[in-house]
Design a protein around this ligand. Structure first.
Ligand code: ATP
Length: 379
């Protein structure tokens, strides 16, 4: 009964014009997306943009104020016709940030609980629980009391419990945010392995761009209850498409100025005069033309700006500037400099060696392909 996507792949999830308001607060305004079977879609965005609300609507824990949701071709919610399937009948596994396992039960008891409710026999439950515990690396802890587990182990129990009834769709709400950096990296890799093995479809919520980039097939950057950008991780990272997505995906520099060389199509070269000493050539990122004299925003990463003491780093005269180091922050593998270029601050990453000191005069250069230019100045 699955629907098919445009390329003919079976869709597990279809969300259409979903909206949810709490009184005057429009937590989700209108959001639409499809998720293909076996793939991972991530909702990425800052606190309060509506990620959790979207997930809870799909799970059936919130009643949307408009829109439709179907899972594997079956309508789960339709505002117009009044259909609303109960959460436990949607066949969805859920893993949340607070993993809420039952401390008075054993590991096996926690994981087997959803199966007991489904009236499976004792042996069937034991077999399936043992299998899933093996898969999440807790095979030895079947009879251990859940209160005697580390945070990482508890998170795995929660994961096993969500996966044990082999749901075709699993929802994850910041499931890794309580774990330390090492464990988080391991769990990310493990989630990918589990997904390949069990072949479930996943919707993931995070505000961590690294997590989104490494785990997803598709990313939705959400802003104020709307989709700001939807695409594959590489696409979204390399072609941010909006100033908001650019900033959210790590473009620390957002400079505004006047268009001095026009562009007509997306990808065209465009030049923006940011100040008397700074004009930037970049790639135009809009369907609308950029007319001379209009305002525009140039976004670029600190890592794309090369920084050096002398002008030997300057292979061309385009997009080259002189500035003074205003501050430096040591980030372990690199230094993040704030450089003043004629009074305008830019962020540039530099190596540990050689390093620059406050007040040093430096040269900066960036290629035009790494400057994304958007119409207007609102960000
Ligand atoms: P975070 O990353 O902080 O969890 P989020 O992107 O998941 O944020 P939501 O939790 O979906 O955001 O919240 C979206 C908006 O809806 C926020 O402005 C929030 O204050 C509001 N909101 C969420 N739940 C409720 C509720 N039960 N009653 C009223 N307002 C709510």
């Amino acid at each position: 009964h699955t629907q098919d996507g445009m390329a003919g792949e079976p869709l597990v999830v279809r969300v259409q014009e979903l909206g949810k308001s709490y009184g005057d607060v429009q937590a989700v305004k209108s959001i639409s997306f499809d998720v293909v079977a076996g793939k991972t879609l991530t909702l990425l965005g800052p606190s309060g943009c509506g990620k959790t609300t979207t997930l809870r609507c799909i799970a059936g824990l919130e009643t949307p104020t408009h829109g439709r949701i179907s899972i594997a071709g079956r309508t789960m919610f339709d505002h117009a016709s009044g259909v609303s399937v109960e959460p436990e009948k949607r066949g969805i596994g859920m893993v949340f940030q607070s993993y809420a396992i039952w401390p008075h039960m054993t590991v096996g008891g926690n994981v087997g609980f959803p199966l007991k409710i489904k009236r499976l026999s004792r042996t069937q439950v034991r077999e399936r629980v043992a299998r899933i515990l093996d898969l999440v690396g807790l095979g030895d802890l079947y009879d251990r009391s859940a209160s005697q587990l580390s945070g990482g182990q508890q998170q795995r129990v929660a994961l096993a419990r969500a996966l044990v009834f082999e749901p075709q769709l699993v929802l994850f709400d910041e499931p890794l945010s309580n774990l330390d950096a090492n464990l988080r990296d391991r769990m990310r890799a493990e989630l990918q392995r589990l997904q390949a093995e069990l072949n479930f479809t996943a919707i993931f919520v995070t505000h961590d761009q690294q997590e989104a980039l490494s785990l997803s097939d598709q990313i939705i950057v959400m802003r104020n209850g709307l989709v700001d950008r939807l695409g594959a991780p590489k696409e979204v990272f390399q072609n941010p498409a909006t100033p908001f997505s650019a900033r959210f995906l790590g473009c620390a520099n957002n400079l505004q100025g006047e268009v001095v060389q026009a562009a007509y199509r997306p990808g065209d070269s465009v030049t923006v005069r940011v100040s008397e000493v700074m004009s930037l050539a970049g790639r135009w990122c809009s369907e609308e033309p950029a007319h001379v004299g209009t305002m525009a925003t140039v976004a670029f990463r600190a890592s794309h700006l090369s920084i050096g003491f002398d002008d030997s780093i300057l292979a061309s005269t385009e997009n080259t500037f002189e500035g003074q180091i205003a501050s430096a922050s040591f980030l372990g593998d690199r230094i993040d400099y704030t450089v003043s270029v004629g009074g305008i601050s830019v962020h540039a990453d530099g190596p540990i060696n050689p390093s620059f000191a406050r007040g040093d005069t430096v040269h900066l250069v960036i290629s035009r392909d790494n400057c994304h230019v958007f119409p207007g100045t609102e960000s």
